[in-house]
Design a protein around this ligand. Sequence first.
Ligand code: DHB
Length: 391
Amino acid sequence: PRVQVGIVGAGPAGLLLAHLLAGEGLEVAVLEARSREYLEQSPHRIRAGVLEWGSKEILAQAGLGDRMLVQGLEHRGVYLAFDGALHRLDFPALTEGRSIWVYGQQYLVQDLIRLYLEKGHAIHFEHEVVGLEALEAEPTLVYRTPQGQTERLVCEFVVGADGSHSLLRSQIPGAQVHQKTYPFAWLGILAQARPAAEELIYASHPRGFALFSMRSPSIARNYLQVPVEERLEDWPDARIWEELNRRLEGVAQVEPGPLLEKSLTPLRSMVVTPMQHGRFFLMGDAAHIVPPTGAKGMNLALCDAVLLYRAFKAYYQQKDPGPLEAYTPEALRHVWQAELFSYFMTTLLHTPADPFDDGLRQAHLRHLGQSPHLQRFLAENYVGLHTSGRY
Ligand code: DHB
C-alpha cells in the first residue's frame, strides 16, 4: 500500500491534521501504537485541559467542536493568588474580547476519533511504528501489526506526532535538542470534588505554587509544586488536600473528594531543531515540550498541525513546496513564544530555593498585580498563539 501522508500518533495534533487533510481529499494513514481505549481514558498520565481561543475557533470551524462547545467551560479570566489575596485577570478586557475553553484532552481525543471514523476514515490502533526508512526519497514506515507481523507502508510524506517519548524524533540527522529542566515537579490530582472557584486559581505561596483547575463543575484538577525527588507514596490523599488548602489560605478553600487519579510530572522544556528532514516532519510533543504552567502544550501541538495542513495543501493543490520547506522556521516562531510564556509563568509562580531569586519573583508578581501592561502580556499569551483563529 501507499499513501500521501502517513501520520504516526493519534493524539490531538495527529488527529487534527488527519481530519484537515482527509477533508481536502488527501489519502492519509494514521498509525497509533496504543489501543483506542487507552487513548480515550489514559488515566495514568496528566493530560491537558485548556484550549486557547484560537484552538477552540479552529476546532469549531473544522466541525470538530460540537461537544466541546456544549460541555466545555468558557472561562473569561483567571485568578492569581499571592500575599493572601486574589487578583483577577479579565481576558476579554485585556485581549480584545477573547476567552479560553476548559475541556479535557481525553474528551477532545474521543471526539476526534469518533468523528474521523464516522466520516469513513480508518485509524490503525495498536500499530506500533518501529522504524522509518528512505526519508529523502520514499519514506517508508515500518510497523508491527496487532498480530505481531512486521509490515511496511510507503508514503509520500511522513509526520511524526508520536508524543514526548517519540521514537521518530531521532530520525532527523544532525537535529539539535535544546533543553532546560526546572527544579520543580507537579503532583497532580483529578478528584470528584467541587473546583476551588468558578475560574482557575494560580496560587503563589511561600510553601510552593498550587494550581486549582477543573474538568467540569464537579471534577477538580489540582496541582502542587513539589521537589523533583518527591515520591507519590509520601502523599496520601489527606496530605494532598491539607497542603492544597494551606496554599490557598485566606483566598479560598477546597472540600476533599475521592481521587480519580494522582501523578507526578517533572517540569522541563525541550525544542528540537530542525523539525523536518527530507519528506519527514515532526510535530507536537515529539518536537517540543513546555512546562505545564500556562497550559500551552496541547495548543502548541494544534498550531503545528494547522501549519502542516496549510503546507500540505499548498503542495498538493498549488504544487508549491515553499510552505513545507519553511515549516521549521515558521513553527519555531510559535514554539519559542510558547517556551517563553511557559518559562515566564513557571518562574513567576513557583517558589525557588534561592531567597534572592524569590525576592525578584515576588517583586515581579506584585508589579503584575498592579500593572495593566504586565497583565496584558500574560493575558495575550494565555488566550493565544493562533492569533488568526483560522486554519
Ligand atoms: C491545567 C493545567 C495547566 O498547566 C494550566 O496552566 C492550567 C490548567 C489543567 O490541567 O487543567
